[in-house]
Design a protein around this ligand. Structure first.
Ligand code: ADP
Ligand code: MG
Length: 306
């Protein structure tokens, strides 16, 4: 097969591993910087261009689109979809998962465990919204934050009010969330591929840090998950419509609670913690789907699961 990897940098660990795994299985692979792609949208003949050349003949595309370029990156991916190239994760599923509020709303409909979450626009409603999520301490989050940046713990009502006012004044979208204290600064990342949890790790935040992100100094270790955690991760991947994703959960007194579903999970932490060849599993899923034509790209679901 001829596989495209949409990635801004071919030296990134995950990108390198995917190239390696694809080549090892006999595929031709090209790393393409999605920000340097440009498109011609012509009826019945959508085309993709890159550095003066026309990109053609790809069987599959692996999107590794960073959060800061979701709009352009998903547009490029969608163009590949329109050209009939099989996407390991679909553009619409990536957009869906990048918006934390939209994800929470879709997951709540399925009865999946979530921290109680509130969303508002009008500053006059702040007091009532704080009550709705059970008062302080609470967590305030930018809707499109990543790597722990834009996640704030407000321990008192005064602190919550001033942070909320500041964010609202900046005109950014935020949500507020019940603080799950018993998680003790740790969370669980389950890597789901094609409806199966293939590896899990526990991430522990640095001393005195409630955010467990590896980018914020957290550390990862292998963990055995419970059947309930496994089932929760699998349902979440289905609700989001992602073939490959990292499902992040907090261990709470009332069971697993989902915080977010990541459509471009980093491979380094999870491969090192689990000792598994995750890149190889991703390539195998592409082979299976393209051969079975299970998700016929011409029937892309880019038309509203929510
Ligand atoms: P990001 O997309 O920036 O990673 P997350 O929503 O995943 O944002 O939050 C970052 C980290 O903060 C999580 O991994 C978790 O450790 C901690 N965290 C987030 N929400 C809560 C919460 N409601 N209660 C306790 N800890 C939380
Ligand atoms: Mg996170």
């Amino acid at each position: 097969m001829k596989i495209a990897i949409l990635s801004r940098n071919k030296n990134l660990y995950s990108t390198r591993r995917l190239v390696e795994a694809a080549q090892k299985r006999g595929h031709e692979v090209q790393v393409i910087d999605h920000l340097k792609c440009y498109m011609n949208i012509t009826s019945k003949n959508p085309t993709m261009h890159y550095k003066g050349e026309t990109l053609d003949g790809f069987d599959a595309v692996i999107p590794r689109i960073g959060a800061s370029v979701t709009f352009y990156g998903t547009a490029v991916l969608r163009q590949f979809e329109m050209m009939g190239v099989y996407p390991l994760n679909e553009s619409v599923a990536i957009s869906r998962s990048r918006d934390k509020l939209r994800s929470m709303q879709l997951l709540s409909r399925k009865g999946i465990g979530l921290p109680v979450t509130g969303f508002a626009r009008n500053p006059d409603d702040i007091d009532d919204l704080i009550e709705e999520v059970g008062g302080t301490p609470l967590v305030i989050k930018l809707l499109e934050g990543t790597q722990g940046i834009g996640v704030v713990l407000a321990e008192t009502k005064k602190a919550a009010e001033s942070v909320l006012q500041a964010f609202m004044g900046l005109n950014v979208n935020i949500m507020i969330q019940e603080f799950i204290e018993e998680a003790n600064g740790a969370d669980i990342r389950c890597l789901v591929i094609d409806g199966k949890v293939v590896a899990s790790m526990k991430r522990q935040g640095a001393e005195g840090e409630f955010r467990s992100n590896l980018h914020r100094g957290g550390s990862a270790e292998l963990i055995k998950i419970t059947p309930e955690e496994r089932a929760t991760a699998i349902i979440a991947s289905k609700v989001m419509g992602l073939n490959v994703c990292g499902v992040d959960m907090l261990r709470s007194a009332r069971g697993p609670l989902i915080m977010e579903v990541n459509s471009s999970p980093g491979l380094e932490g999870i491969e090192k913690a689990s000792g598994k060849d995750i890149a190889d599993l991703m390539i195998k899923v592409i082979e299976k789907k393209v051969n079975q034509n299970v998700d016929n790209p011409n029937k892309t679901k880019t038309k509203g699961r929510g």
